[in-house]
Design a protein. Structure first.
Length: 271
């Protein structure tokens, strides 16, 4: 989720949520290395170049470039919040299912917050929500990530997140390059084939434009608490989507919904 919210109904009591978090922590400790290795193999075998842009608690922070001359550049990031494993799992599935075969260039950051992911916590190991730090850049992971992004100017930014409090899929769009409502129609139809879109009229304190669609201005909700999406908008990336799958549902459904969202967006924009 892009920002914290105080007042929506929580699907879990504290005890159940903690048990789930403990379970995620066990699973993620086991899978973090395997995920990193698989993603690395898939990206490199497609010709992507890896850059280690930082290191935190023994975890390398990696960004990948797959640049094909004159093709639009799509930047995908995930793993910002360590209790949202559906994003990385969806990226892995997308890579296994031909994402890089598209006639596009890519920047990919598959694991922004490895210490949070290893612990199964939203925050990094220092206890900070990195997705509020893209203005001040106080966390080394964020600072190093911003440095990596400095000379990269994608045409489209996609970030994969999850939401503990929603019952359906939803997404944010930040658009400074021209409103295209037909794109929402196309994507919503494809996503709805695999997962219901969130029905709430107000999601994460934002009134939806249509079901499951938050059309967000290119400004942070809290002035100097920039998430990555606002940072990207400020550095002139004119179109971004943040996809949010509901953590309460089975992983295979969340992966299917995230994949449908990414693929329908890329299909609509680039064929
Ligand atoms: Zn998130």
């Amino acid at each position: 989720m892009i920002r914290s919210r105080p007042a929506r109904i929580n699907l879990f009591c504290c005890f159940c949520r903690q048990r789930l978090l403990n379970r995620i922590q066990e699973i993620m400790n086991y899978h973090l290395q395997s995920y990193t290795r698989k993603v690395d193999e898939l990206l490199r075998s497609a010709g992507a170049v890896c850059e280690v842009y930082g290191e935190v608690d023994g975890h390398k922070l990696k960004g990948y470039d797959l640049i094909r001359a004159d093709l639009p550049i799509v930047y995908i990031s995930t793993g910002m919040h360590g209790d949202e494993p559906g994003g990385p799992e969806a990226l892995l599935s997308l890579l296994e299912n031909g994402l890089l075969d598209r006639q596009l260039s890519f920047y990919i950051c598959p694991m922004l917050n490895p210490t949070g992911f290893a612990k199964g916590t939203r925050e990094n190991a220092s206890g900070n929500d990195m997705n509020r730090d893209y203005f001040h850049q106080l966390n080394p992971e964020v600072r190093d990530h911003v440095k990596w992004l400095e000379n990269r100017n994608p045409d489209l930014f996609i970030s994969l997140h999850e939401d503990w409090e929603s019952g359906g899929f939803y997404f944010y769009e930040i658009n400074t390059c021209g409103d295209i409502p037909e794109r929402y129609e196309f994507m919503a139809e494809k996503i709805a084939e695999v997962m219901v879109l969130e029905a709430e009229q107000v999601i994460d304190d934002h009134e939806v434009r249509r079901r499951g669609w938050i059309y967000h201005e290119a400004e942070a909700d809290v002035m100097d608490h920039w998430p990555e999406a606002i940072y990207m908008a400020k550095k002139d990336c004119t179109l971004s989507f943040t996809f949010e799958s509901p953590s309460a549902l089975a992983m295979r459904h969340r992966v299917a919904a995230q994949s449908a969202a990414v693929n329908s967006l890329l299909d609509f924009m680039y064929g």
